[in-house]
Unconditional design. Structure first.
Length: 168
């Protein structure tokens, strides 16, 4: 589940940075590894701190704070009318919306709450050295969960038994 980071991310010790990559399978994530590591290593070698991107949500208003002014901000959203499932293997795709660069190192956006199904949203910030960091994924509605297993589009999109959904 893409929003599981809310359960553990803050508890991870040390300096950390999150990057969610849209529309990518587990196998093809390696294609962006170099793109991600080069700015990270450059910052590490020059002892420059990692940019912090974090969100605070109140009702459906998400306020995102940036420790550095980003050069690009993108809101990524994906909809699933049938399941609280946003896996690439299930045919779900995130769509980008470029947001104006904030003057105050923060932005506020309203999270949509679809009439049917769920919507996943996260914010991606690119910094002047190419470093990319994201917020966690926020799913709306946050208090509604499926009562049955999601439909299986293909073998890669099946739900594992034993989780209380769709057990035989």
């Amino acid at each position: 589940v893409p929003d599981n980071t809310r359960f553990y991310y803050k508890k991870l010790p040390g300096v950390k940075s999150l990057r969610i990559v849209p529309n990518t399978s587990h196998y093809s994530i390696k294609d962006i590894t170099e793109e991600s590591l080069v700015p990270f290593i450059n910052r590490f070698q020059s002892k420059k701190t990692l940019p912090q991107v974090f969100g605070i949500i109140h009702h459906n208003l998400l306020t995102v704070y940036f420790s550095e002014v980003p050069v690009k901000v993108v809101r990524w959203t994906a909809d699933n009318p049938n399941a609280r499932d946003f896996r690439y293997a299930c045919g779900i795709r995130y769509h980008p919306l470029t947001i104006d660069i904030p003057i105050t190192n923060r932005i506020s956006i309203t999270l949509n709450e679809p009439e049917t199904g769920w919507e996943a949203t996260y914010i991606e910030a690119t910094f002047d050295d190419g470093y990319i960091a994201t917020t966690q994924v926020y799913i709306t509605p946050d208090d509604k969960y499926p009562q049955i297993a999601p439909p299986s589009v293909n073998a890669a999109c099946q739900t594992l038994p034993g989780r209380g959904l769709g057990e035989n």
